[in-house]
Design a protein around this ligand. Sequence first.
Ligand SMILES: Nc1ncnc2c1ncn2[C@@H]1O[C@H](COP(=O)(O)OP(=O)(O)OP(=O)(O)O)[C@@H](O)[C@H]1O
Ligand SMILES: [Mg+2]
Length: 341
Amino acid sequence: MPSPTDPGRPILEVKGLVKHYPVTQGVLLKREVGRVKAVDGVDLELRRGETLGVVGESGCGKSTLARLLLAAERPTSGTVRFDGQDVFALPRRELRALRRRIQIVLQDPYTSLNPRMTVGDIVGEPFEIHPEVAPKGERRAKVSELLELVGLDPGHVGRYPHQFSGGQRQRVGIARALALRPEVVVCDEPVSALDVSVQAQVMNLLAELQRELGLAYVFIAHDLAAVRHISDRVAVMYLGKVVETGGEAEIYDHPTHPYTQALLSAVPVPDPDAPAWAEQTMLEGDPPSPLNPPSGCRLRTRCWKAQDVCATDEPELVVREGSDHPSACHFAVGEEIAGTP
Ligand SMILES: Nc1ncnc2c1ncn2[C@@H]1O[C@H](COP(=O)(O)OP(=O)(O)OP(=O)(O)O)[C@@H](O)[C@H]1O
Ligand SMILES: [Mg+2]
């Protein structure tokens, strides 16, 4: 048995994670009439210092997954292990200690910062909650250090969020996330609300901080292009499930799941050497509701490869013949024979 601090052990291990939200009707006697299957059986691993990109369309369960990783919500079933410890089985005190080690950066720096607090108070707030990390007398200096670390002027500690640009506000959010020296940072679409011109700056900052501080990231985004640069591995989600996962090159150069292929070919590149799948991969319509996902394979209602078996048998996320990484498609094959199920 490896010890809980075994450096070879993944820092995060997610197994069979499920989060269903009951939908109720009636005012007094709330009757459950359905369940939103926001996260529906997810397995993931994050190693120390690496970045796992998590990608999928709006509503596929990315933010719900993020909240579960942070133990901000309890799952319907399944486990999250942080450094070997079963997060949802921990006594309150130990859970509190563990929360220091995983932090989140949210999408919208406009709504996630309290407009009535100064930037210094915002960045220093985690020390109020975890006073053991920095005694009162050291907090000012720590806040200055953090501001400097994210490229902000420590002289601006007394300013309010509205006095900063979008990119600067996201730097404030990042500084606050780093205050407690976490090992894991969940970045939930941290640049998608920013002007395109500042997105790259914030991405570069996150990459630099990762190198400098040895952080591991779960990096959530809508599209694959946004995370390629920063990801070591990628998990592609569709309607609450991971449909394909693998190393960066495996996912971008040899995608085997029709959904991954569709996401990649959504960016048209006129390339005569493009693999066969790049031409035939358009998804029809919008994703179905997670309240009532299709039977069998959830993609089948939009998939050009769908056959009868897809309606009856749910494909497992396993390594398929001709490929080297897991894919949850009955017809996932290496790209040479793609399109001939
Ligand atoms: N607290 C909640 N109660 C009920 N349903 C919820 C709750 N939180 C999320 N959902 C539902 O769960 C599904 C997944 O939502 P989630 O926010 O995790 O998706 P997402 O992938 O982060 O989407 P986006 O890309 O738009 O941020 C959605 O159908 C959403 O409406
Ligand atoms: Mg979200």
